[in-house]
Structure formats: structure tokens, C-alpha cells
Design a protein around this ligand. Structure first.
Ligand code: UGA
Length: 427
């Protein structure tokens, strides 16, 4: 049995909520703090405010016992460890907006004023190197009127994939703990005692950089595969066969080599842009990172080019878009590659009929006037063309549904279909 620690988590978004629920499952006593009273109520009712595989079960099992949510910072006064899991959204120049980090730090410090225990404040949010030491630490200590002997600081990045976040939390490849103070680092390692994984102990600033570098490298793998895929397409080669032969080299590895319509989501585009902005601020020109983004921006339009090659003009044509989420198993559409594709279809006066198993309510907020369909077959009926934008497992089985189209013109932006007459974006 693990020694149960009192944990406060600031931020009830997908990182904070998954982290809190998993720590409660591991036997810790967890309070999630969020400014949004609706979210707090929903967590306290055992209902996750976002869809995440396995999360509802965890909330049902732990809410009211070892897990609760609050809009106030009272729990911080008794906490042994406080995690900061607030957003760091991009600013117009690509750099990370740290205002939520700053206000959370001040509120945590105020709460820690009357905390009699040694407590460690851990940054889990993705923050530019130097933030924990230069921004979080002074703000917390100032508000708490305490010293580093009473409050420790650490940076512990998350490597959770949406849709698989609970599994990633409980079975990580590694746990990275950055701290400039061994006592604080050990305190954080203790909270993960029940998880089997290599623990990397490093300095604060290195831990912050590990997070950006991991995401930038994964994004680079995807853009690299897409560039090779685009060349393969011209040469009539299947890029998936090529990458299978390439990925088995242990120095390369088979994962994240799936060419397609590019990467979306709340992390890769934002984190690579933040790293570019950081590099530029210190006088560097990060040409590789810039290309990673440039390839990704261009990639979705290749779907349109392929479609135009097959049907001439888009004006007045009915185009079915299957998949709106930035990937399968989520309702998240942030930076989804389907957004630029739909915008371009509309700009070229197409009639757009869409279907997604989960993400349609979210997409309605951006494009209220599309034809939202109850199933793939409805979207495909009488369609002049079809674009597959998300790797939903249910799309793998589609076949006779395409017979409802005027002609089976099917372009895959994700390698998912198994029927005939399909054409891939880069295969
Ligand atoms: C990503 C990372 O994978 C996590 O490790 C990280 O913790 C997280 O960002 C974060 O920083 O919070 P996530 O954005 O949830 O996780 O999604 P991924 O599964 O990594 O997929 C991102 C995008 O890349 C999707 O649009 C997906 O379709 C695309 N992708 C992925 C490809 O186009 N090809 C691939 O081979 C893999």
C-alpha cells in the first residue's frame, strides 16, 4: 500500500483531471481546483466534463472518497504537493501565454501561507524553459511569505495522449522530474511510487525542455513522413510500405511515421510554434522546426488538389467529409486538419456534408451551416466526392456506404479504409 499524500491540482482540464483521477486511483487524497463552477460541479457529480477513455469509471470510483473538486484554494493549506495543470495557450506570435500560470502561482502561494507542512509545487503545464524558476517560484514564495526550505519546486511534464491519457498516465515510458533541490525531487518521486517506469531526475530547466523537445520530435517525425509521402505519391510508391521498411531500424522506430493530412490537436502545433518563438527570441533561426509547421500547414490542401484533379470544379458539388476530430477517440477539434479542408471547400462553393462519431457538436460552433449527418451513409448519399480526415476505427468497415455516392471518389487523409476505389493523400 502506498503512503497516501494530500494532493491539490490546479486546473481541471484534461491533464489535471486525468492526473487527479489517476492519483486518486493510486490511493492519494486529491482535490482538483478550477475556476469554472460548472466543471467543478460536474466532477463532483462523477461526470467528466470532457470525454476521455476510462475517465468516467475513475471518477465514479473515486469522487466523494479520495477525489473532489472545488473553486477555492482551501485544500492547498493542507497539501503535501500541489500540481499546476493550467493551460499555456499560444499568443499571436506563437509564444506561450503564461498568465494562467502566474495567477495560479499567486493563489497557491496565498494558500500555502498557513500550510504547516513542507510542500512541493510542481509545474505539469508545458512551459518555456526557465518559467518554473523565474516565474512560478518567486510568485509562490512572495505570496506565501516563505522560503525554499518550506516550499520546494519541481517540473514534471506530462506525456499523455488524448484518448489514451489514463493508460499513458498509469503505464508511462518514463517519468521526468526536474528540480534544483534533491528534497523536492524525492518528494515528487514518492507520489509516483506505485507506477513502474524509469524515473529521470534532472534540473528544472532541462525538464521543461524535455517536454518541448519530445513534442517537437514527434511532430517532426510526422512532417518528415508526410514529405516522403508526398514524394512517394508522385512516384507511385506506397509510403506505408516504405515506412515499414524504414521503421524497423531500431534507431528510427516504427511509431509516428503514419503519413496523412498532418497533425492537429492542442499540443503539437502550439508547442512547436512556442519553441520557434523561443529560439527566435534568443537570436536563432530554427529552420527545421519552421519546416515542420510549414509542411503541416500545406498538407491538408493536398486533399483538395487531389479532389480537384478528379472532379474538376468544387462549385455546387456535394462533398462528404468523414471525421472532424483531430484524431480518433476524442471529440476535440482543436487545430484539426479537417478545419482548413472544410474552409477551402466552402471558399470554393462546395456543399459540405459531414459526419463524425463524437466531434460534431464542437464543429458546429465553428461551422454552424454545414450539413451535419447522423451517419457516414447519410453524408455520402449523392456525394460527388468524399474526404476521410480522421482515423476513426468505425471507418475501416465502410464499403457499400460509398455506393450511395454519385461515383466512388474517395480520398483518404488517414490510412484507414480497406475498400476498393480509394485513393490516399500520399500513397
Ligand atoms: C501529443 C503527444 O503524443 C503526447 O505525448 C503529449 O503528451 C501531448 O501531445 C501533449 O503535449 O499534451 P496528442 O496531441 O493527444 O498527444 O495526440 P497524438 O496521438 O500525438 O496525435 C497528434 C496528431 O498527430 C493527430 O492529429 C494525429 O492524427 C497525428 N499523427 C500522429 C499523424 O498524423 N501521424 C502519426 O504517425 C501519428
Amino acid at each position: 500500500m502506498v503512503h497516501s499524500m494530500k494532493i491539490s491540482i490546479v486546473g481541471g482540464g484534461y491533464v489535471g483531471l486525468v492526473t487527479g483521477s489517476c492519483f486518486a486511483k493510486l490511493g492519494h487524497d486529491v482535490t482538483i481546483i478550477d475556476v469554472d463552477p460548472v466543471k467543478v460541479q460536474s466532477i463532483n457529480n462523477g461526470q467528466p466534463p470532457i470525454y476521455e477513455n476510462g475517465l468516467e469509471d475513475l471518477l465514479k470510483q473515486n469522487t466523494g472518497l479520495r477525489l473532489r473538486a472545488s473553486t477555492g484554494y482551501d485544500s492547498v493549506a493542507k497539501a503535501e504537493i500541489v500540481f499546476i495543470c493550467v493551460g499555456t495557450p499560444p499568443q499571436p506570435d506563437g509564444s506561450a501565454n503564461l498568465s494562467y500560470i502566474e495567477s495560479a502561482s499567486t493563489s497557491i502561494g496565498t494558500g500555502l501561507k498557513i500550510n504547516p507542512h513542507y510542500c512541493v509545487v510542481v509545474v505539469k503545464s508545458t512551459v518555456p524553459p526557465g518559467t518554473t524558476e523565474k516565474c512560478v517560484q518567486p510568485a509562490v514564495l512572495r505570496a506565501a511569505q516563505k522560503t525554499e526550505r518550506e516550499i520546494g519546486f519541481a517540473m514534471n511534464p506530462e506525456f499523455l495522449r488524448e484518448g489514451r491519457a489514463v493508460e499513458d498516465f498509469l503505464h508511462p515510458d518514463r517519468i521526468v522530474i526536474g528540480s534544483n533541490d534533491p528534497r523536492a525531487g524525492k518528494h515528487v518521486a514518492d507520489v509516483y511510487r506505485n507506477i513502474q517506469a524509469p524515473v529521470i531526475c534532472t534540473g528544472l530547466i532541462a525538464a521543461e525542455m524535455i517536454k518541448y523537445t519530445s513534442n517537437a520530435f514527434l511532430a517532426a517525425k510526422i512532417s518528415f513522413s508526410n514529405e516522403i509521402g508526398n514524394i512517394c505519391k508522385h512516384l507511385g510508391i506506397d509510403v506505408y510500405e516504405v515506412m515499414k521498411g524504414v521503421g524497423l531500424d531500431q534507431r528510427i522506430g516504427p511509431q509516428f511515421l503514419n503519413a496523412g493530412a498532418g497533425f492537429g490537436g492542442s499540443c503539437f502545433p502550439k508547442d512547436v510554434s512556442a519553441l520557434i518563438s523561443l529560439a527566435e527570441k534568443i537570436g536563432d533561426d530554427p529552420i527545421l522546426l519552421k519546416s515542420v509547421i510549414a509542411i503541416n500547414e500545406r498538407q491538408p490542401y493536398r486533399m483538395i488538389t487531389l479532389l480537384l484533379d478528379k472532379i474538376g470544379t468544387l462549385s455546387g458539388k456535394r462533398i462528404a467529409v468523414l471525421g472532424l476530430a483531430f484524431k480518433d477517440n476524442t471529440d476535440d477539434i482543436r487545430d484539426s486538419r479537417s478545419i482548413p479542408v472544410i474552409q477551402e471547400l466552402l471558399d470554393q462553393s462546395a456543399h459540405v456534408a459531414v459526419y463524425d462519431p463524437m466531434a460534431m457538436p464542437n464543429m458546429r460552433r465553428i461551422f454552424p451551416a454545414l450539413e451535419y449527418c447522423a451517419c457516414a451513409a447519410d453524408a455520402l448519399r449523392e456525394a460527388d466526392g468524399c474526404l476521410v480526415m480522421t482515423e476513426w476505427p468505425e471507418f475501416t468497415r465502410l464499403d457499400h456506404e460509398f455506393d450511395g455516392m454519385k461515383k466512388r471518389i474517395i480520398i483518404e487523409g488517414r490510412r484507414i479504409l480497406s475498400c476498393k476505389d480509394r485513393d490516399g493523400i500520399c500513397w
